[in-house]
Design a protein around this ligand. Structure first.
Ligand code: SAM
Length: 251
């Protein structure tokens, strides 16, 4: 990055290619939400009489085989010794992330995000999908900001992303609420740190990162999601520049 004042670098690309160019020990916080490999377990959309079918497939991008083992070494290589790694994941991938990352860090743990308004189960058979897991790991001397233990329950509760925050075009089935990402970023990084999201979707981690005055690197493969991410992060930069100008002009 040649500009010493850079704040964001977002790329429409395959992060497998991009990550190779990121130097060793250069990222403060990897906060990411990779594909879940749930698409292949889906029973398909549910037809509803007189209404549009209920979408039961996660998305096209989740139909491909995603292997955590192919990413673990690169994540470890680019992370600073003081860095943290938080990965949103599903029940079927949690053990795989644990197996390939736990032995490379001093500590691994997990958080649970409880969604207070999960999608209903039309046939009332089984549990609601109301929890998402976040696999976390770090080494001794990692960045960690909190005042009281009360802030440190490994449990976050919030609704899923709703309008007006939720985008309708493009609609991303996994758009994360910025508020929960901000909580993680505040705990696991400092101002001006570099936060990396190699699977940025519509850029929610980017928005949260820039709103908290950290620097952001994000990668997304899909052109529509990338465009939406690009507009969202640009908006944060414009807003923060405007606020800075207002503060500067005040006597
Ligand atoms: C779970 S979603 C992330 C959603 C994001 N957290 C948000 O709030 O919008 C995963 C994203 O990774 C993207 N993706 C999958 N494989 C990728 C790759 N190899 N490189 C870059 N992006 C990829 C998909 O297109 C998808 O948008």
């Amino acid at each position: 990055m040649k500009d010493p004042n850079w704040r964001k670098c977002i790329l429409r690309a395959d992060s497998r290619d991009v990550i190779k160019h990121i130097p060793d020990n250069s990222i403060d916080f990897i906060l990411t939400d990779p594909p879940y490999n749930l698409g292949q377990h889906s029973t398909g959309n549910i037809p509803l009489p007189g209404r549009s079918a209920m979408n039961n497939d996660v998305a096209e991008w989740d139909m491909v085989d995603f292997n955590p083992e192919e990413w673990a070494d690169e994540f470890v290589r680019i992370l600073k010794p003081t860095g943290n790694l938080f990965i949103f994941t599903s029940y079927n991938q949690l053990g795989r992330w644990y197996n390939c990352l736990d032995h490379k860090f001093d500590t691994s743990n997990f958080m649970v995000w409880h969604k207070t308004n999960p999608a209903p189960k039309i046939f009332k058979a089984g549990f609601l999908n109301s929890c998402e897991m976040i696999f976390t790991c770090w080494n001794k001397k990692h960045t960690w900001n909190f005042i009281s233990q009360k802030e440190m329950h490994n449990f976050i509760e919030s609704p899923i992303c709703m309008r007006p925050e939720r985008l309708s075009n493009p609609k991303h089935p996994a758009q994360k609420p910025v508020a929960i990402l901000k909580k993680m970023i505040e705990i696991a990084s400092n101002e001006n740190d570099i936060v990396f999201d190699p699977f940025m979707g519509v850029g929610s981690v980017g928005v949260a990162t820039l709103e908290l005055n950290r620097r952001f690197i994000g990668v997304e493969l899909d052109p529509c999601y990338f465009q939406a991410a690009s507009e969202r992060v640009e908006k944060v930069i414009v807003m923060s520049d405007k606020e800075a100008m207002t503060r500067y002009k005040q006597p």
